[in-house]
Design a protein around this ligand. Sequence first.
Ligand code: ADP
Length: 496
Amino acid sequence: MSDAPLLLALDQGTTSTRAIAFDADGRPAVSARRELPQTYPGPGRVEHDPGRIRDDAIAVCREALERAEASGGRVAAIGITNQRETTLLWERATGRPLHPAIVWQDRRTAPACDALREQGAEPLVRRKTGLLLDPYFSATKLAWLLEHVEGAREAAGRGELAFGTVDSWLVWHLTGGRVHATDATNASRTLLFDIHEQRWDEELLETFGIPAAVLPDVRDSSGFFGETDPALFGRPVPIGGVAGDQQAATFGQAAFRAGEAKCTYGTGAFLLLITGGQPVVSRSRLLTTVAWRLGGEVTYALEGSIFSAGSAVGWLREGLGILEAPEASETLAAAARAGSEVVLVPAFTGLGAPYWDPDARGALLGVGRDTGPAEIARAALDAVAFQTGDLLEAMQTDTDVVPSVLRVDGGLSRNNLGMQMVADLVGMPVERPQVTETTALGAAYLAGLHAGVYSGLEAIGTHWRRDRRWEPSIDAEERQGRVRRWKDAVARVLTR
Ligand code: ADP
């Protein structure tokens, strides 16, 4: 297999930086990984060291590339996928970051968002960006940096500073400081980008007090982003694709057409439903986002996020001490008494879509004298399924584009019982692919599309292979009864 084309995905996540080389069939060949520490410099503050992100990214790419090519393949292109919204600001002349990266989870700009909301900015933001006015997104983080780093606003005005999400930071450094660019998916998470017009928006820039001189060039998600600095990997390698992590995962699941959907179950869970060439504005506080842009054509998605999915299982282990390992939740939950009415609302850090209640806290209801660890474990997996159902229901009120199957990935998707419960409680078949590294795979596919390894989406779709499928196994009446119990429980924890 000499010179077989390989695609190197660089997956820069919140807790780790990984590089995976995939073969043209979408099978992982080699991978390298470094843990990424987070720092918590104050209440609600979460930061990363930009230098560490850059160095780890270069190191894992080099390691994976060398190992992959040692066995006869050749990396045709690199694709980058990244934790979204995390905000960086650096000096153009030197590449020096002016401050630690402000991570998507950071809430320091909540008061700034409140103030903008009081000034009536939310309808504008919602109309142009498809997002909500929330500290989660980049704009208020960037404004905070310009405000709090000494001299930053003046330097930015003089065109000396560059803003970027993690993808831009990596493209900048991988190309030796020659390219300042992002892709449309990452731009669509900043609150500064008009997703309809596909350009940075002057009115939004003014609203958030951002000078246009700091902004990266916005490009298609698959295309030429530059060549890596030859000093890094022994030769220049083209960067052929960039996308935010959830969009890349959707691409990696080959969920390309309107009505196709995927849910990634990790600590939290992210459900994206492709709506096609037209953005759908949500009435249920879901986000409208760019799924990818290819050859200038935008595909849009509706996105809903659950804050606690795998973390509910984590709580069984760390909080309650009733599990040895997350996998053990499956056997424990399977031993639950039939007809148990225990409901867990895992609002540990508030509730995400469609409730958006940051102040809600969790509850365990329906506890009887015969409730034990098994019933609670079952309720934790049920909660993952119920929340998935809430998101799909919200999507169905927003659009008549209804999925016929839900594709799943992420750590918790390995839980077979949990996935059966999703199928049961959402009333829809659930499918898990053989390759569950869908985020990295999506970035590899985007790069491969640019490098000519794939002729188009159809060719990529042929590489999606099913590992397992679950059909709903309960009737509508039982489903409705259980969903009603869940909704009653949620109603008791909501604060607004
Ligand atoms: P992240 O990318 O958010 O760190 P992962 O995709 O690695 O998440 O998934 C890890 C999460 O999934 C953890 O919260 C863990 O508790 C949960 N998890 C992993 N395997 C299982 C399993 N077999 N059953 C239930 N939960 C699981």
